[in-house]
Write a protein that binds this ligand. Structure first.
Ligand SMILES: [Fe+2]
Length: 473
């Protein structure tokens, strides 16, 4: 590859633990806790490059904030996939050849996706007091909040055994319950919408919905009273998993060019379908937020005209076309009426991905969304969108590639944007990563923490104030 950002896809084998990093500017004293993020850290097995960014081996990254200082740690999950990689055996999941490990399930006539990998590189969550690294198959991995050491497979205590699941659990900030979706394949395929009550390791299935053509669903919308399932025309053709030419989950995806996107609104308690409607076909990974507005349900998400972004993020395409070949996401608001009528409004004119809102406004009416601005030349920026006024504040700097931001509100915040935005970023010129800290209201850069090494582009993270990693050990 020969793009400036290539270093973002270069493995980082050096693990650091509690490395104090130099900071320019001021970190607010009130900021206490840990930004924990997940993402790929290694992209080769022996000398062969993996096929896709999504396949890189999971590396957890932690930024601890105490008394205005930052300590940085990064550690690979010691998974079976990682051990296989070190032993020269590929066992990727999304796009890379899994033939060494794949077992197509034909047990009792059921078909299944490629064998579940434990390369949990997508997201992190706290479930029943444990830190869990997640991916889209139900083999999640726990790790120690202090050492980041891998502890083993996370086991739910329930009877639920889906084939796929979301890595994006949505928390209701008032109850602490987590909501997600899963998919099971069989003679009838089924979507499942589930709830994990606060402090428990049990998934309660709110409802199961049969489908002939399951869509690839990466995240759902959750409002106070509803769950919103967005089925795009990107479908999973599970029969293809029988093909000897299949290379991974990637090959099971089929885009129905003329198909609509279907939005299903479900009662969060009973699971009853409250409304169901169709709108133009689009693809989406990420729901930003959802809320109830009188008789309507609002869901904001990042939409793509087609799923070309999936292939656009393969190393072959990145090498050929760089980020110019990666489609731009549109931040849109869907308003779904009780009769299933859907209106769509664009909230921001620029390209955006990895959208977030502060934890406290999840499931509720809100004003500001934040994300990675993806349409900057030679950079990825940060954007804050005022969804009420339709305006945006933006920050970007050439050669700096901002990743998913994280909003941390001041503990006694009276306004939605009283706090800071934390944004990991890669300086491709310096070949070093840094953590940028912005004032949440103005989006002015307040502080920069300089890491001693580069960090490959990651996916998702959360800020935890309950795990004090900087305490003496
Ligand atoms: Fe995601």
């Amino acid at each position: 590859m020969s793009n400036a950002f290539d270093i973002g896809f270069r493995s980082q084998e050096t693990e650091l633990i509690d490395r104090t990093v130099p900071v320019e500017g001021e970190i607010p004293e009130w900021l206490s806790g840990t930004l924990l993020r997940n993402g790929p850290g290694k992209f080769e097995v022996d000398d062969s490059k993996l096929r896709h960014w999504f396949d890189g081996f999971a590396m957890v990254r932690a930024y601890d904030f105490t008394d205005g200082d930052i300590e940085y740690s990064n550690r690979f999950l010691r998974t079976e996939s990682y051990a296989d990689a070190l032993a020269g055996r590929a066992s990727g999941q999304f796009a890379t050849d899994t033939s060494g490990l794949a077992k197509i399930r034909s047990w009792l006539g059921q078909l299944g996706p490629p064998a579940a990998t434990d390369n949990a590189n997508v997201h992190v969550a706290e479930i029943d007091g444990e830190l869990v690294a997640q991916t889209e198959v139900p083999r999640w991995v726990t790790f120690d909040p202090e050492t980041l050491n891998t502890q083993g497979t996370f086991e739910f205590v329930d009877e639920f055994e889906p084939d796929m699941t979301t890595a994006h659990l949505v928390e209701d900030p008032d109850t602490g319950a987590l909501f997600g979706h899963a998919l099971s394949f069989g003679r009838t395929h089924e979507y499942h919408l589930f709830r994990i009550p606060d402090g428990q390791r049990r998934r309660e299935v709110v409802t199961s919905i049969p489908t002939d053509n399951p869509a690839y669903v990466h995240s759902i919308g959750v409002s106070k009273n509803h769950l919103i399932l967005v089925e795009t025309p990107l479908q999973i053709d599970i029969l293809r998993s029988l093909s000897p030419f299949r290379e991974g989950f990637f090959d099971l995806l089929e885009w129905d060019e003329n198909g609509p996107t279907t939005v299903c609104v479900l009662d969060r308690e009973t699971g009853d379908t409250v409304a169901r409607g169709r709108t133009e076909g689009f693809f989406t990974f990420h729901t930003v937020n959802a809320y109830d507005d009188d008789q309507e349900v609002v869901v904001d998400l990042v939409a793509f005209a087609d799923p070309s972004i999936v292939e656009g993020l393969s190393f072959e395409m990145l090498e050929k076309e760089g980020f110019d070949g990666v489609a731009q996401g549109r931040l849109i608001r869907l308003r779904i009426g009780q009769d299933g009528n859907i209106t769509t409004r664009r909230l921001y004119n620029g390209g955006i991905e990895l959208p977030v809102v502060p934890r406290a406004v999840k499931t509720k009416p809100y004003r500001y969304a934040y994300g990675q601005a993806t349409d900057r030349p030679g950079a990825n920026g940060l954007v804050k969108i005022d969804t009420e006024r339709g305006t945006a504040r933006e920050w970007w700097e050439r050669d700096t590639y901002v990743e998913e931001p994280c909003v941390v509100q001041r503990p006694d915040a009276e306004t939605e944007d009283d706090g800071v935005v934390l944004a990991p970023a890669l300086d491709v010129e310096a070949e070093r990563s840094k953590l940028l800290l912005f004032d949440c209201e103005t989006l002015e850069l307040q502080a920069t923490a300089h890491l001693p090494q580069h960090e490959p582009f990651g996916f998702h993270g959360r800020f935890f104030d309950s795990f004090d990693r900087a305490s003496p050990r």
